[in-house]
Design a binder for this molecule. Structure first.
Ligand code: C2E
Ligand code: CA
Ligand code: CA
Length: 578
């Protein structure tokens, strides 16, 4: 049997007829098209000229023996064209006999396998692969996912779908042009393929969205499977974060990953992909270059997300943002030396919403720029006003700044304008940024910090210890202060490594001439360890005060009101019961 014809594609069938002595009597048009030989070239000859020279004499002997014995032969046979090229053909040769059983003719038919394969390949390529990267497309991915589900139903294995989306592809495309964008996508595809096993599928869904599909993670527990996939995901993130060489120069780019696992338990394939996509969006809003697993709660979160985006935009226009102030006190004397400004959203229905719930969202939507600007300007106005009160003139005010704000091209100028407009003393303003701000384009960030430093503004490194703190880095940053992350402080009493980390951070910072703030101080024991034993400069936390609305904060200095809780104005002592 000849292989079946590819659907919808017309295949040429070459034919030739010989007499019993194998001299050619006739050939058809397809024969000429395939071999290049015309009827005039070949009639009267034996078909030796069609032989490729690839086979031993014994091969042809066996072929003819089969025809003599069974009346026919069929198989793949390399042949030669008139121009000397050899190519594979599917040949069938039949001996034709008359009623008396006398041999009258041989009829040979053949398909050009190269043409067939080419046609099949072309059809496959168009239908199932992405033209730009040569990777499987969405259709082929869905096909393979379906197969994997069927197989896993039998074996009980888990499979995984990892959806990847590049974080700043659009900006590359906009600034460097589509050729650079295409080149990036091709390199991304290559890196993904290089990382996974051959049995895995790397597909491009379109745009800057890719999928890595692991069909079967051998029968293990869910936790082990999740761990394996997470490890692979981290490796993929690291691979993709390496710089890319593009026509316009090198480019750095990160990705957000969303993961969902599947067994044979028949979830529609489109739903699987949608799950991975939701998880991926979760990664994006959580700060990029991340990996998130899908779980059903996420679905609800996504719906709320859209509603919240609208509400947040309105919040800015309706003045629903508010600053709270958390005192920072000298650990030894209890004197309030400054405060951290922490934004709140006064939602008309939900009441006070904490920044943990909306900062990640406004960061990913870009709304952080106007909101951050509002925070900065408002903070400067308060600072300027405090400067006119002798009781408060010494205060510094720390303002949290997102990486996104720092990356805005005119950030240094915005800071300068906020200061000059308000008349605040630049030396009293402190900008807090986290280590993650340096993950992307650190040289640029350091440059911007330098510009802002010349205005007199100071910098604190927030959440120290939670990011990729590297010592060599720390020395290069124009910092004035380190903030030990709450997670270390809260573990002081448990007595493990965190104690060592806190102590080492304080002495490291002091050796670099940096001041140290411990945040999240809640107990007397923490206060004693940090301040009395290790000479931490400033303490901030519920032990002294939660973040306060402006009037309550100012009352700590200016008022004889009950809000001071019996403290001397401008001082705080640990609150009883802590
Ligand atoms: P952060 O900068 O690390 O701020 C400290 C957080 O710890 C604040 O949460 C504060 O209320 C909380 N905290 C203070 N003392 C204690 C304590 O003793 N125990 C415990 N458990 N927590 C304490 P908050 O106000 O919810 O802010 C959360 C995060 O939101 C901040 O973390 C900061 O990263 C971000 N954020 C707040 N305001 C702004 C802002 O204006 N701009 C930007 N970009 N981010 C902001
Ligand atoms: Ca902070
Ligand atoms: Ca912090």
């Amino acid at each position: 049997m000849a292989p079946g014809d590819p659907a919808g594609f017309e295949v040429r069938l070459g034919m030739l007829v010989t007499d019993p002595a194998t001299r050619i009597l006739r050939v058809n048009q397809a024969f000429t098209e395939i071999t290049g030989f015309t009827a005039e070239d070949v009639v009267g000859q034996t078909p030796h000229f069609l032989q490729s020279g690839n086979y031993e004499k014994s091969f042809y002997a066996a072929l003819w023996a089969a025809i003599k014995q069974k009346g026919s032969w069929e198989g793949e046979l390399w042949g030669k064209r008139k121009n000397g090229e050899t190519h594979p053909r599917w040949v069938s040769i039949t001996a034709v006999k008359d009623e008396q059983g006398t041999l009258t003719n041989y009829v040979a038919s053949f398909l050009d396998l190269e043409e067939r394969r080419y046609a099949e390949e072309l059809i496959n390529r168009l239908a199932f692969t992405d033209q730009l990267t040569g990777l499987p497309n969405r259709r082929l991915l869905i096909d393979r996912l379906r197969q994997a589900e069927v197989a896993n139903a039998r074996t009980g294995n888990y499979g995984a779908v990892i959806l990847l989306d590049l974080d700043n592809f659009k900006s590359l495309n906009d600034t460097q042009g589509h050729a650079a964008g295409d080149c990036l996508l091709q390199q991304v595809g290559q890196r993904l393929v290089a990382r996974v096993r051959e049995s895995d599928t790397v597909a491009r869904l379109g745009g800057d969205e890719f999928v890595v599909m692991l069909p079967a993670l051998e029968a293990k527990t869910l936790e082990e499977v999740a761990w394996d996939v997470e490890t692979l995901g981290r490796n993929l993130l690291a691979d993709l974060a390496q710089p890319y060489a593009l026509p316009g120069g090198t480019f750095s780019c990160q990705a957000s990953l969303g993961v969902t696992l599947f067994t044979g338990a028949g979830l529609a394939i489109e739903d699987l992909l949608r799950q991975a996509e939701m998880a991926m969006y979760q990664s994006k809003s959580a700060g990029k270059s991340r990996l998130t697993f899908f779980d059903p709660d996420m679905e609800r979160a996504v719906i709320n997300h859209a509603q919240m985006s609208r509400d947040l935009l309105l919040a800015l226009h309706h003045g629903q943002f508010e600053l709270f102030f958390q005192p920072q006190v000298a650990g030894d004397s209890g004197r309030i030396l400054g405060a951290e400004a922490l934004v709140r959203w006064r939602h008309p229905q939900r009441g006070l919403v904490s920044p943990g719930e909306f900062i990640p969202q406004i960061e990913s939507s870009g709304l952080i720029l106007p909101v951050g600007q509002w925070v900065l300007e408002t903070a400067c106005e308060h600072l300027a006003r405090w400067g006119t009160h002798p009781e408060m003139a010494h205060l510094t005010l720390a303002v949290n700044v997102s990486a996104r704000q720092f990356q805005a091209p005119d950030f240094a100028r915005l800071v300068e304008t906020a200061l000059t407009r308000s008349g605040a003393d630049p030396r009293r303003l402190k900008l807090e940024l986290t280590e993650s701000a340096f993950a992307q384009d650190p040289e640029n960030i350091i440059g911007v910090m330098g510009q802002i430093r010349t205005l007199g503004v100071r910098f604190a490194l927030d959440d120290f210890g939670t990011g990729y703190s590297s010592l060599s880095y720390l020395c290069r940053l124009p910092l004035n202060q380190l903030k030990i992350d709450r997670s270390f402080v809260s573990q002081i009493e448990s007595g493990d490594n965190n104690v060592v980390i806190c102590a080492a951070t304080i002495s490291l910072a002091h050796s670099l001439k940096l001041r140290v703030v411990a945040e999240g101080v809640e107990t007397d024991a923490q206060q004693y360890f940090l301040s009395a034993v290790h000479r931490c400069d400033l303490l901030q936390g519920y032990l002294y005060s939660p973040p306060l609305p402006l009037p309550a904060f100012e009352a700590l200095f200016l008022d004889k009101s009950p809000a001071t809780g019996g403290n001397r104005p401008g001082f705080l002592s640990p609150r009883p019961g802590r």
